[in-house]
Design a protein around this ligand. Structure first.
Ligand code: C5P
Length: 208
């Protein structure tokens, strides 16, 4: 999965984040070049998907949940690179919300955690990878996600690191697995994608 989700407030507005989809599209392209059959479930981005990849466009976290979970049992590896909204407006207004004097309060409810769902419904020998973007306590928070969501690997990146994060061509990630913490140097997102696929393939082979 790649890109942001958009959670509608009304027909005009939404809540989203700064994800451009670049890291996820690099992973999809790298996997395809290695001969994998790739399905890219993508939120709205300005990018052109790599050739040879099946693209499933989605908008909201709920749509991404449905698209991913309905296909999950056919996948040997699932890489959840999307920046999924954690909260969505409780209701989406049918008509544009008109401005009035005073404040407006939006009530938000939790979205379903797709990675956590996949972790608790994992197919035998399936490899599950998540991403983690943090602004503090990167490794502690990311290791907690690895455990809580039942992932095999979390690629952790800090928004505070120069050259890492949204829209850049580079990234600095740390790969966390059950028994290893592997910090990588600043690299192109294409090289990060290849390094990630190397690790996931090794995990996959261990499980067979
Ligand atoms: O948002 P969080 O830091 O928990 O995201 C970590 C991982 O969980 C990412 O791989 C993200 O795609 C996934 N996630 C998800 N569904 C959510 C929230 C996050 O699959 N609702």
């Amino acid at each position: 999965t790649a890109g942001p989700t958009q959670e509608a407030i009304d027909p005009v507005r939404f809540i989203s984040n700064h994800s451009t989809g670049r890291m996820g599209y690099e992973i999809a392209g790298a996997a395809r070049r290695r001969g994998a059959k790739v399905t890219l479930v993508t939120g709205k981005t300005a990018l052109t998907p790599p050739d040879g990849v099946t693209v499933v466009p989605v908008v909201s976290a709920q749509e991404m949940f449905d698209a991913v979970t309905s296909r999950a049992s056919e996948q040997e590896m699932i890489i959840k690179c999307a920046a999924v909204a954690d909260y969505r407006p409780e209701t989406s207004a049918q008509d544009k919300i008109k401005k009035k004097d005073g404040e407006l309060t939006l009530h938000l409810s939790r979205t379903q955690d797709i990675l956590a769902y996949l972790g608790s419904h994992k197919r035998e020998r399936q490899v599950l990878c998540g991403f983690s973007m943090e602004t503090k306590d990167l490794l502690e928070n990311s290791r907690a996600k690895l455990e809580k969501k039942g992932a095999d690997l979390i690629a952790a990146n800090s928004l505070k690191d120069e050259g890492a994060g949204f829209g850049t061509a580079t990234n600095r990630v740390t790969f966390l697995t059950r028994n290893r913490t592997e910090p990588l140097p600043l690299m192109g997102k294409d090289a990060v994608a290849d390094a990630l696929l190397d690790r996931l393939l090794a995990l996959y082979q261990e499980k067979q």
